[in-house]
Write a protein that binds this ligand. Structure first.
Ligand SMILES: Cc1cc2nc3c(=O)[nH]c(=O)nc-3n(C[C@H](O)[C@H](O)[C@H](O)COP(=O)(O)OP(=O)(O)OC[C@H]3O[C@@H](n4cnc5c(N)ncnc54)[C@H](O)[C@@H]3O)c2cc1C
Length: 193
């Protein structure tokens, strides 16, 4: 049987999407006593769903807005003891119209924590592109697919699908990519001389 994940007593979750809401609620259910979300903009700019935040709050999660973590601070035992943060304010809108968070000089403060969870989006392991000759990647290491119907990559005999091709998406999208690639691999192997 899989061992349950170990969680600290005071947990901070960094990020503002649905993954952050999942992490907050999971941390509480794993027994953490104090669970706080740190987000660098205000609630209005949060990309995650309102309903998920409502449920996280109902379970006991707290939120600190306009808060940007800048440093992890270790205790005497070498383990995480606190997260140093800086207060932010909203500045001018960016290209997408979202107001950019700007640090407030000298406003650093620390939040006690023994576990920090980074819920800041997820991208392919960069080692894949660095160590695989002829495998083309693009933005944040996503694998380039030459043929969407098969998942064929730039490298002969290598097929790809799922989040490492699309970026963060859904289980069903990954399943479709996986099925297409599996069929194409079968075909490729049958035709290989
Ligand atoms: C918190 C959270 C909540 C989500 N909720 C939902 C939801 O409610 N509904 C939904 O549809 N989707 C949800 N998603 C998205 C969904 O989980 C993904 O879209 C889906 O898992 C993608 O499947 P995948 O097979 O492409 O990648 P993954 O499931 O990420 O599988 C990739 C696998 O490759 C392994 N791997 C990575 N690098 C290497 C390497 N170098 N060598 C060997 N193995 C490696 C990883 O360990 C992993 O096992 C959620 C995601 C997160 C993070």
């Amino acid at each position: 049987m899989r061992k349950p994940l170990e969680i600290g007593r005071r947990v901070v979750v960094i990020g503002g999407g649905d993954t952050a809401s999942d992490c907050l609620r999971t941390a509480i259910r794993l027994g953490a006593e104090d669970v706080t979300c740190l987000y660098r903009r205000t609630e209005k700019e949060m990309p995650g769903g309102k309903k998920d935040r409502k449920m996280a709050r109902e379970e006991g999660a707290k939120y600190r807005f306009l808060t940007q973590p800048v440093k992890f601070i270790a205790g005497a035992d070498g383990k995480l003891a606190a997260v140093e943060c800086i207060e932010m304010k909203l500045g001018e809108p960016d290209a997408k119209g979202r107001r950019k968070p700007v640090p407030v000089e000298g406003s650093n403060f620390s939040v006690a924590a023994d576990t920090a969870i980074l819920a800041l989006g997820y991208w392919p392991d960069p080692i894949i592109s660095k160590t695989t000759p002829d495998l083309e990647t693009h933005d944040w290491g996503l694998v380039s697919v030459k043929n969407k119907a098969t998942g064929q990559t730039s490298r002969e005999g290598v097929f790809s699908g799922g989040d490492c091709v699309t970026g963060p998406d859904l289980v069903v999208t990954a399943m479709v990519g996986g099925r297409k690639a599996a069929l194409a691999i079968d075909e490729y192997l049958k035709n290989k001389k």
